[in-house]
Design a binder for this molecule. Structure first.
Ligand code: G3I
Length: 356
């Protein structure tokens, strides 16, 4: 007879299914060694304060990754907290760390409608003044980090699945602001690769095609755009494998035609969006391992892929529980910084792509 499994509902209504997962995962290689053999960068979104303050966070970041994205410190709220007053201290701290460990920095994000400083909400001006404000921001930030970042998310989340998102920038500047931002960024940093970054692109073929239509129009006009960032905040079963395969097929075909690169820019695999689970079980760990292995293999099949970046790397620091208000374990290292089965799944795909 098998051991009885305790299944109970706790006071929050989530399921307690026996003990928390027990695993002892040893990674055969680091992510960055395996990624190098596969011809891509492997990255994580990080926070410089945690690199300074948490020894284990620093150790895993240093050992595993060849690319770092600032999770928040290069956003407008951080870089221009007061009008005309720029603060690059935390961004510089990240650049210094990355240089020290031989990694690159991917800047995020020059133009977004969130993480704005409060003075922007109160700014009153005509279209020319709004344009000048955004131009100054893009050129000052991209200019400061010229030669220090390898690439930028120039514009983040500007499109819906049929048109332009109704944002503060679209309302004041109309659709031309996206192309303008790329031109300003190229002028300020001619050597950085310039990406358009968005969500829904691995789970919604309609949105992916619409975004690619917009990029195609810009490429045809000679707008300096080098690549597409596919965020990939996914769940265990959503998007479905069929939908993912459809998106991967579109990416291969259309990025090839357009001559654009691909970054998977914000990968995580959320396990508990419906708040069903209280704890991370062996069953969830096994499903997540399988999901990371299969996701990585799909993305690695796209010839234009230049890198895969996790949005965080440890369950100790992830945006998901703060945003969705339930416990979650979406990343390859656990809250104690030990590799999870998910890390092994991801690494297996990298090793296979690199010929091991
Ligand atoms: O730093 C303040 C702190 O001083 C304050 O006490 C605290 C109280 O809420 O807030 C802290 O700021 C938070 C910040 O993260 C730093 O932790 C903000 O409230 C919070 O809104 C912010 O959330 C970030 C979010 O973008 C908005 O900027 C998340 O960390 C970050 O993971 C998330 O990242 C986005 C990408 O940029 C774009 N794609 C989606 C992705 C996930 O939402």
């Amino acid at each position: 007879m098998g051991a009885a499994v305790l299944v109970a509902l706790n006071s929050r209504g989530c399921v307690v299914e026996g003990p928390a997962a027990s695993y002892d995962v040893e990674l055969a290689k680091s992510f960055k060694e395996a990624a190098e053999a596969a011809g891509i960068l492997v990255g994580a979104a990080v926070n410089p304060a945690w690199l300074r303050d948490e020894a284990l966070y620093l150790d895993v970041a240093t050992e595993q990754f060849s690319s770092f994205t600032p999770e928040n410190v290069m956003k407008m709220a951080a870089t221009q907290p007061e009008r005309g007053e720029f603060d690059f201290s935390e961004g510089d701290s990240l650049v210094e760390f990355a240089e020290g460990v031989g990694a690159v920095v991917h800047g995020h994000a020059l133009v977004w409608h969130l993480a704005l400083p409060s003075w922007i909400e109160e700014f009153e001006g005509n279209e020319t003044e709004w344009r000048s404000l955004l131009e100054t921001h893009v050129k000052t930030v991209a200019g400061h980090f010229r030669g220090k970042v390898a690439s930028w998310d120039v514009v983040n989340e500007a499109f819906t699945d049929t048109g332009y998102r109704d944002t503060i920038w679209f309302r004041h500047l109309g659709p031309g602001y996206v192309a303008d931002a790329f031109r300003w960024a190229r002028e300020a940093d001619p050597d950085a690769d310039l990406y358009y970054n968005d969500f829904g692109l691995s789970g919604d073929p309609g949105k992916l095609n619409h975004v690619l239509d917009e990029l195609e129009a810009m490429v045809d006009e000679g707008v300096p755009i080098d690549g597409l960032g596919v965020q990939a905040h996914v769940e265990l079963n959503s998007p479905s494998n069929a939908t993912l395969d459809a998106c991967v097929g579109i990416l291969k075909e259309r990025l090839g035609q357009l001559g654009l690169k691909l970054r998977v820019s914000e990968l995580d695999v959320s396990l508990n969006r419906d708040g069903r689970y209280c704890n991370f079980t062996d069953d969830l760990a096994a499903q997540q391992e399988h999901r990371f292995r299969s996701l990585a293999a799909k993305f690695l099949s796209v010839p234009q892929l230049t890198g895969v970046t996790f949005w965080g790397f440890s369950d100790a620091h992830t945006w998901i529980p703060h945003y969705f208000h339930d416990p979650d374990w979406p990343l390859p290292f656990d809250a104690s910084y030990r590799p999870k089965p998910a890390a092994r799944g991801f690494l297996d795909a990298l090793l296979a792509a690199g010929g091991s």
